[in-house]
Design a protein. Structure first.
Length: 375
């Protein structure tokens, strides 16, 4: 029997700065879809109009932080940014069954026939965030005619910290009707969405949690650093977080390996912004501890049972709070760096909690795909 082919529509290839979480959530979702009997995932090379001018090789005009220091740090990091970009480009080209063509609004109508698709899975990450994408993207909300009139579901879609008003709620209510089932990553909007649609709605875990560390070991590079180190992974500069990593390293006789744009830290840290996806996984796996303000930095620390210290970050606290609650690690969220955090983590209990959530979430994804009609 010919497998049903589902196109993944997500926030991944096109961005201002490459993102390990964006790449790995799409990879994990593709692997999870492939584990559903008679189903196969195709990564749609989709670029929303709002992301068309984003360029990781020239990120300056679209940076969130416009201050002189941030711009200078980015300028100094450009050699590593270029290396990182080409590694990500290779990851997207070699690790997926990816559409040969790039799709935008002008040519999206042909995506189904071009790729023999049975339907679409919109997810994961903040694809429902209207603030980040300046409105309701037609791809993320399954609003292109071939998606509305076909079979579209969402898996682990997130609203982020969106701010809806009366008018945007009306549009949201209309867009939600495009889906045959809706899996949401955070609980905040679940009850609202349930009240607006007549299809299955469920809170599910991020796709990266549908897999295990054994799956990621198929990607991870061998150990990259011979010395013991703490990994500092900063999605946005945080002085308190940096100081905490230095303190942790000094107390234990470790060095600091840092993934960030803070180029001037090269005088006392091993800067590693050039790390590709495979190298990132290795750096997490072989670290002594991870200090981060990244949602997926937290998740992969848990996958590899690394002591993790998570700092608050603007526009990310909701999703970080929820995944910490899933792990039973709420006490590890830090604000100032002066918090007292218990270094002992019972990883068996943590992974039992994840395993239970994984089973429920995969069953929901399986239900979504099995209910699709044959082409």
């Amino acid at each position: 029997m010919e497998k049903k082919r589902f196109g993944i529509i997500s926030y991944n290839i096109y961005c201002n700065f490459t993102n390990y979480g964006s790449a790995l959530q799409s990879w994990a979702l593709s692997k999870a879809i492939d584990r559903v009997p008679n189903c196969h995932a195709v990564l749609v090379d989709y670029c929303p109009e709002v992301l068309a001018d984003k360029d990781p090789l020239n990120p300056f005009k679209n940076m969130w932080d416009k201050d002189e220091v941030s711009q200078k740090m980015c300028e100094l990091t450009m050699p590593a940014i270029r290396k990182n970009f080409y590694k990500f480009d290779n990851f997207y080209k070699t690790r997926f069954d990816r559409t040969p063509k790039k799709y935008m609004s002008a040519n999206f109508a042909s995506v189904v026939e071009d790729n023999n698709l049975s339907g679409f899975v919109c997810g994961s990450d903040t694809i429902f965030c209207i603030d980040e994408f300046k409105g309701f993207d037609d791809g993320y909300y399954a609003n292109y005619p071939c998606m509305k009139n076909g079979y579209s579901v969402s898996y682990a879609a997130s609203f982020g910290d969106s701010h809806f008003n009366e008018d945007s709620y009306k549009i949201l209510d209309e867009r939600l009707q495009n889906f045959k089932a809706i899996g949401l990553r955070e609980s905040e909007m679940v009850d609202y969405v349930k009240g607006k649609v007549s299809v299955p709605v469920k809170k599910v875990i991020d796709p990266t949690l549908l897999l295990t560390s054994d799956d990621y070991d198929t990607l991870a590079e061998k150990r990259l650093e011979s010395e013991k180190y703490v990994l500092l992974y900063a999605r946005r500069y945080n002085k308190a977080m940096e100081e905490y990593a230095d303190k942790l390293a000094k107390e234990n006789g470790w060095k600091v390996v840092e993934i960030s744009l803070r180029a001037t830290n090269a005088d006392h840290h091993r800067m590693f912004y050039e790390a590709g996806v495979e190298e990132f996984l290795s750096l997490v796996k072989h670290s002594e501890a991870v200090v981060t303000n990244s949602f997926h930095g937290l998740i992969f620390s848990v996958h590899y049972c690394r002591p993790v210290f998570v700092f608050s970050r603007e526009q990310c606290d909701t999703k970080i709070d929820e995944v910490l609650a899933l792990f039973g690690l709420q006490n590890r969220l830090m604000i100032t760096g002066n918090e007292i955090v218990n270094n002992e983590i019972d990883w068996k209990i943590v992974h039992e909690r994840v395993q239970n959530a994984r089973k429920e979430s995969f069953e929901f994804l399986k239900m979504e795909l099995e209910n699709s009609p044959d082409r």
